[in-house]
Write a protein that binds this ligand. Structure first.
Ligand code: NDP
Length: 340
C-alpha cells in the first residue's frame, strides 16, 4: 500500500512555547517527546509514527533518544530513523534530536559506561539507526565512577569537533562530577549547555542535591525526564493497575511501589487537579513548567490521546501558594529519597 505523504501542520510553531537553554542559542519546546519506551520493536510502528507526527505538528521539535531505548535496545532509534526517512527528512533543520550512551548496550568491556571507545562507537551506531549525519546533542547518559571524567568529556569534545553532534550534554551526574565535567568542557570550548535529570512532584532530588542550582550557575539549560514518574502521576493507577500499562510489565515501574498510602496521595492530587480544571497528568507537568529554570519537560506517551492531554498542561502554568503547599502536603511522605 502506498502511504500518503506526510505534510507537517503549517501552524505548528504557533502552538508551542520555547524556552532558551541558559545562555545559548538552543531554544527547546517546553514539552519534548522521549522515546525510551513505546517506540521500539515491541510497539506497532504505525502507532509510533502517529505519535511522532502528532508531536511535530504541535511544535514538539525536540525528540529525546538513547542507544538502548526500545525495547529491544536500539529499536527506538530504528523507528525514529524510519520516520526520519519517510516523513521528517525535509524538516531536518527544524529538529533538535538527542541521543545518549552510558548504559549496557553490547557485551564486553566497551559496551557500557563512559569510555571514549564506547561513546564513539555507540554514536556511530546510533547515527546509522536514525538515518542521520549528526545529532543535535549527544549526552553521556550517566556518570561513570571509574573512567576519568576527562576521558568521557574529551570524547564529547571530539565528537562535536568531528561534526557528529552539535552540542554536548550530561545526564544524571552528581553536582560535584557535573561541575568537573562542565569545567572541562568549557575549557575546551564545547560548553555543556544541557543537563538532563529526573524531576517531578514525587522526585525532587535534583533540587535537594543542588543540581538545579548548578544548571543556573553554569548558564546551562535543564531538561527533566520522567515528569509523570513513569505514569504514576496520571490517572492511570488511581484504581489499580491497567493491563496495558507500564506498571503491568513490572520492569522499570514496579508494582510494589503502588501502596494504598501512595494511591491515597495520588487520589488527593487528582482531586486538586480537578479543582484546577486539569487532569492529574496535566497538573504534574504544569508544576514543572511553573519553574522557569526548567527548559523542557520530556514526557513519554503510549498514545496520541496521552500526548494531546499532556500538551494542554502549558495552558495552566500558574499555581497559587495554597495549591503548591497542598501538593507538597499530599506528596511529601512519598518523595523518593534515593539518589540517583
Ligand atoms: P513519563 O514520566 O512522562 O511517563 C510516561 C508514561 O506515563 C507513558 O508511557 C504512559 O504510560 C504514561 N502517560 C503519559 N501521559 C499520560 C497521560 N496523559 N495520561 C495517562 N498516562 C500517561 O516519562 P518517561 O519515564 O517515559 O520518560 C520520558 C523520557 O525521558 C524518556 O522517553 C526518555 O527520553 C527520557 N528519560 C531519560 C533518562 C535518562 O537517564 N537521561 C531516564 C528516563 C527517561 P503507559 O505506557 O503505561 O501508558
Amino acid at each position: 500500500m502506498i502511504e500518503p505523504v506526510y505534510l507537517a501542520a503549517p501552524d505548528r510553531y504557533e502552538k508551542m512555547e520555547y524556552r532558551r537553554a541558559g545562555k545559548s542559542g538552543i531554544r527547546l519546546p517546553l514539552l519534548s517527546l522521549g522515546l525510551w519506551q513505546n517506540f521500539g520493536s515491541h510497539s506497532p510502528f504505525q502507532e509510533s509514527k502517529k505519535i511522532l507526527h502528532y508531536a511535530f505538528d504541535r511544535g514538539i521539535c525536540h525528540f529525546d533518544l538513547a542507544n538502548n531505548y526500545g525495547p529491544e535496545y536500539g529499536t527506538a532509534e530504528e523507528t525514529f530513523g524510519r520516520v526520519m526517512a519517510s516523513s521528517f527528512r525535509p524538516h531536518r533543520d527544524e529538529l533538535f534530536i538527542s541521543t545518549k550512551a552510558g548504559y549496557d548496550m553490547w557485551p564486553g568491556p566497551y559496551g557500557n559506561w563512559g569510555s571514549r571507545k564506547y561513546l564513539t562507537a555507540s554514536l556511530d551506531q546510533s547515527l546509522k539507526r536514525m538515518n542521520l549525519d549528526y545529532v543535535d546533542i549527544f549526552y553521556t547518559h550517566r556518570m561513570d565512577p571509574e573512567t576519568p571524567v576527562e576521558e568521557t568529556m574529551q570524547a564529547l569534545v571530539d565528537i562535536v569537533r568531528q561534526g557528529k553532534a552539535l552540542y554536548a550534554g550530561i545526564s544524571r551526574y552528581s553536582r560535584e562530577r557535573g561541575l568537573e565535567a562542565a569545567r572541562y568542557l568549557a575549557e575546551h570550548d564545547v560548553p555543556c549547555l544541557l543537563f538532563q535529570d529526573r524531576y517531578n512532584i514525587l522526585d525532587r532530588n535534583i533540587r535537594e542535591k543542588g543540581i538545579i542550582d548548578m544548571t543556573v550557575e553554569e548558564n546551562a539549560g535543564l531538561v527533566v525526564f520522567s515528569p509523570l514518574q513513569q505514569g504514576l502521576l496520571t490517572g492511570r493507577y488511581l484504581n489499580g493497575i491497567p493491563k496495558d500499562s507500564r506498571m503491568a510489565r513490572n520492569q522499570s515501574l514496579k508494582q510494589s511501589v503502588l501502596t494504598p498510602e501512595l494511591t491515597a496521595a495520588l487520589q488527593g492530587l487528582d482531586t486538586l487537579a480537578q479543582k484546577r480544571g486539569q487532569t492529574l497528568a496535566q497538573m504534574s507537568l504544569s508544576w514543572l513548567m511553573h519553574d522557569p529554570r526548567v527548559t523542557s519537560v520530556i514526557v513519554g506517551a503510549s498514545s496520541v490521546a496521552q500526548l494531546q492531554d499532556n500538551l494542554q498542561a502549558m495552558a495552566c502554568q500558574a499555581f497559587s501558594q495554597e495549591e503548591l503547599a497542598e501538593i507538597d502536603r499530599l506528596s511529601a511522605l512519598h518523595w523518593i529519597r534515593q539518589y540517583p
